[in-house]
Ligand binder design. Sequence first.
Ligand code: NAD
Length: 249
Amino acid sequence: MPGRLNGKVALITGAARGQGEAEARLFVAEGAKVVLGDILVELGQQVAADLCAQGGQATFVKLDVTQEEDWQRAVETAVQTYGKLDILVNNAGIFPTEGVEATDLALWNRVIAVNQTGVWLGMKYAIPAMRQAGGGSIVNISSIAGLIGSGMATAYHGAKGAVRLITKTAAVEYAKEGIRINSVHPGGVETEMLRVLSEEGRRAAMLAHPLGRFATPQDIAYGVLYLASDEASFVTGAELVIDGGYTAQ
Ligand SMILES: NC(=O)c1ccc[n+]([C@@H]2O[C@H](COP(=O)([O-])OP(=O)(O)OC[C@H]3O[C@@H](n4cnc5c(N)ncnc54)[C@H](O)[C@@H]3O)[C@@H](O)[C@H]2O)c1
């Protein structure tokens, strides 16, 4: 059976667990060769080994998305191991919940570095390889926090909002080269990231989603798969909201 990503080579950041892991597993199941990047080396290596044991093609590379040399090495790994790079999923992120006054400068700079600067660096180093491949698809993981406020997580909202617009302007810049760039805006997703919430906060957040639950990582991965695949060949600069109706209210 032909997969939806047959013949494609993808690099996914933050792929050691959570949504990135789900995307790596789905992409391999759909025929892609995947380079998994993360700072969680052991966990990432285990996921890649598991995918290979199941007959897929996957490689782990240590990638801190704030470090230019790591990006250069990750893109080189894709090209040297699998011959090219077609897809980048900028998924890595951190979620400190501090508001305006509780955020200190070091925390602010860290959140912006990982969630915003990391996305730009990823595009900067992946695009030359995609140009060589004759085009490509970049999926930047923002959040509903990039669309609306919540009264907390100031730096996170700032970075995720920036990802939305960095995506749109880059989509216009690279459209003529056949490189499509879109953002995805998940609502709450059942991953380690939401462990910062108290039990009460968790329940309230869940109920704020009209569908009455958080997303599974797979709910988001299917949207990322669509944007990454040639099925979305006329989709660029778009924002795909996958939030159980949260922002529809
Ligand atoms: N979980 C949610 O409710 C939710 C909602 C909306 C958006 N998001 C976004 O989805 C993405 C994935 O998050 P998740 O839910 O899978 O959470 P997660 O915490 O399970 O996964 C995040 C991954 O990013 C990695 N990471 C963190 N800093 C990194 C760095 N500097 N370099 C490379 N990797 C790094 C982590 O090691 C981890 O594997 C993030 O961008 C997050 O902001 C999450």
